[in-house]
Design a protein around this ligand. Structure first.
Ligand code: ADP
Ligand code: ADP
Ligand code: MG
Length: 443
C-alpha cells in the first residue's frame, strides 16, 4: 500500500478520498487554490499546499504545480477525483514519467475511452451495442450528409465533452448548420478541442450506467447498475441502485457486456460504462467515464464495497479478493445531489455564506459534503455542495427515508435545490420508476 497520496481535487470528493486514506493508514496531501483557503479538505488532510489562483486553470488544472507538490512531499500516488485532471491522459503520462502512480487507468486507456468518438469505435469492435451515429464531423456539409443517414432528431456532441456540457439537440435539417457551427465553437472554448460527432437522439429513455472495478492482473468485476435518469441539462440530479424496472436477464446481460467492454479496453481501476436504455428494453453504449463517479456511493451502499478504497488498492497493485459471484447486492440506495442553485429560476448557480447548517442523520443516512457553518461558497467551481445518500431494504422505504432526510436538511444563507429534489421524489413517475431523462419536476 502507498504511504502517502496527494489528492488533486477539492470539495466533497477530496474529503471522501481523505477519509478512505485515513482508514487505510495512508497519509494525505491536499492542494488548494487561493479561493479555497478556508475549504474543509485543506484542514482535513495531513498536509496542505496552495498551488495557485482561484481559476481552475491556475490551480487544480495546473499539472506542473500539482506534480511539484507531489514530488516535494514525496507522495507516491495522485488521486485526481472527478472532473479537473481525472480524465487527462497527458497528466497520467506526466505522473508515470515522474515515478508517481496516477490513480486511474493507464494513459493509453484514458486516451482511448476518454475520447468519446474513439470509445464508440472501440466498443463497436468489442461487440457492445452503440447508439447509431457518426465519426468526427469535418464541416457543416459533412454533418448534413451524416444527419440524413442517421435521421432526426439527433445530438451533436463534443468529443472531449463532459459534465453534460457540449451537447446540442438538432430537431430538423433547418437547425443543423447553425447548431453545428455553435457546437464547434463551444467545444473549442469549453474543452480546448472543437471536434464534434453526432448521435441519434433516442427518447424517452433512461440513463443506466454500470460500475466496473478491475485490478492489474486481468480480474474485472461489475458492481451492478445505477439509474441516473433524473437530470436537467444532461446533468444528473438523482441516482439510485438498483434500477427498479430492469428485468434480471437484461441486468445480467448488461453486467456481462460491461465486463467484456472493460476487458476489451484493457481497463484497470474504477470506471463506469454509461448506456441509454430505451422503452423496448434495449441498451446502447454512450460513453465511458475513466474515473471515480460522483454517484459511486449508491453502489457502495448496495454492495458494501468501498469503491474508493478498492480504487486505491488496485492502483497500488493489490489483487481483487472477491469474484463477480461473491458480490452480494442487497437493498436499495438513492442519492440526491445538493446543488447551490435556484431550481425555480432556471437552476442559476447561487453563492453566499452558510449561516446555519443542520445535516440530516439517523440510520442509513449519509451526507458526503465539504460544507460547514460559516463557509462561503466560492463562485469558481461546480455548484454541487453535497450528496445526500440513503439506504433501505426496499425502494419505497428508501424514497420515504430520502424525503424525510431532505426535510431535515437545513442550509441557511444559500439557495439550494433540496425542495426540488423532494418534489421529484414525490412525482408519480419517480415512484413507479418510469421516469426518463426528459421528465422535469416543477411544483
Ligand atoms: P458523473 O457521471 O460522475 O456524475 P458528471 O458528468 O456529473 O460525472 O461530472 C462530474 C464532475 O466533473 C462535474 O463536476 C463536472 O462538472 C465535471 N466534469 C466532467 N467532465 C468534464 C469535462 N470534460 N470538462 C469539465 N468538467 C467536467
Ligand atoms: P457527458 O460526457 O457530458 O456526461 P453523455 O454522452 O454521457 O455526456 O450524455 C449526457 C446525457 O445526455 C445522458 O445521460 C443522457 O441523458 C443524454 N444523452 C446523451 N446521448 C444521448 C442520446 N444519444 N440520446 C438521448 N439522450 C442522450
Ligand atoms: Mg456522461
Amino acid at each position: 500500500m502507498f504511504s502517502k497520496i496527494l489528492i488533486a481535487n477539492r470539495g466533497e470528493i477530496a474529503i471522501r478520498i481523505i477519509r478512505a486514506c485515513r482508514e487505510m493508514g495512508v497519509s494525505t496531501v491536499a492542494v488548494f487554490s487561493e479561493a479555497d483557503r478556508e475549504s474543509l479538505h485543506v484542514n482535513l488532510a495531513d498536509e496542505s499546499y496552495c498551488i495557485g489562483g482561484a481559476l481552475s486553470k491556475d490551480s487544480y488544472l495546473n499539472m506542473d504545480a500539482v506534480l511539484s507538490v507531489a514530488k516535494a512531499t514525496k507522495s507516491e500516488a495522485i488521486h485526481p477525483g472527478y472532473g479537473f485532471l481525472s480524465e487527462n491522459p497527458g497528466f497520467a503520462k506526466l505522473c508515470a514519467q515522474n515515478g508517481i502512480v496516477f490513480i486511474g487507468p493507464e494513459a493509453a486507456v484514458i486516451e482511448k475511452m476518454g475520447d468519446k468518438d474513439k470509445a464508440r469505435r472501440t466498443m463497436q469492435k468489442a461487440g457492445v451495442p452503440v447508439i447509431p451515429g457518426s465519426g468526427l464531423l469535418k464541416d457543416a456539409q459533412h454533418a448534413a450528409a451524416e444527419a440524413q443517414r442517421i435521421g432526426y432528431p439527433l445530438l451533436i456532441k463534443a468529443r472531449s465533452g463532459g459534465g453534460g456540457r457540449g451537447i446540442r439537440l438538432v430537431k430538423s435539417p433547418g437547425e443543423l448548420e447553425s447548431n453545428f457551427d455553435q457546437a464547434v465553437a463551444e467545444a473549442a472554448a469549453s474543452f480546448g478541442d472543437g471536434a464534434v460527432y453526432m448521435e441519434k437522439y433516442l427518447h424517452p429513455v433512461k440513463h443506466i450506467e454500470m460500475q466496473l472495478l478491475a485490478d492489474n492482473y486481468g480480474n474485472i468485476v461489475c458492481l451492478g447498475e445505477r439509474d441516473c435518469s433524473t437530470q436537467r441539462n444532461n446533468q444528473k440530479l438523482i441516482e439510485e441502485s438498483p434500477a427498479a424496472i430492469i428485468p434480471d436477464d437484461t441486468r445480467n446481460k448488461m453486467i456481462e457486456t460491461s465486463v467484456k467492454a472493460g476487458a476489451a479496453a484493457g481497463y484497470t481501476g474504477v470506471g463506469t460504462i454509461e448506456y441509454i436504455y430505451d422503452e423496448a428494453g434495449d441498451f446502447y453504449f454512450i460513453e465511458m467515464n475513466t474515473r471515480l463517479q460522483v454517484e459511486h456511493p449508491v453502489t457502495e451502499m448496495v454492495t458494501l464495497i468501498d469503491i474508493v478504497k478498492w480504487q486505491i488498492r488496485t492502483a497500488a497493485g493489490m489483487k481483487l479478493d472477491f469474484a463477480q459471484e461473491e458480490i452480494d447486492f442487497k437493498g436499495h440506495a438513492i442519492e440526491c445531489r445538493i446543488n447551490a442553485e435556484d431550481p425555480y429560476s432556471g437552476f442559476k448557480p447561487a453563492g453566499g455564506t452558510i449561516e446555519m447548517l443542520h445535516v440530516p442523520n439517523g440510520p442509513w443516512v449519509r451526507f458526503d459534503s465539504a460544507i460547514y457553518q460559516g463557509y462561503t461558497i466560492p463562485p469558481y467551481y461546480d455548484s454541487m455542495i453535497g450528496k445526500l445518500i440513503v439506504y433501505a431494504k426496499t425502494r419505497d422505504e428508501a424514497i420515504r427515508k430520502m424525503k424525510a432526510a431532505l426535510c431535515e436538511l437545513i442550509i441557511e444563507g444559500v439557495t439550494h435545490n433540496a425542495s426540488y429534489q423532494a418534489e421529484a421524489l414525490s412525482s408519480e413517475k419517480f415512484i413507479d420508476s418510469t421516469y426518463t431523462t426528459e421528465d422535469r419536476y416543477f411544483g
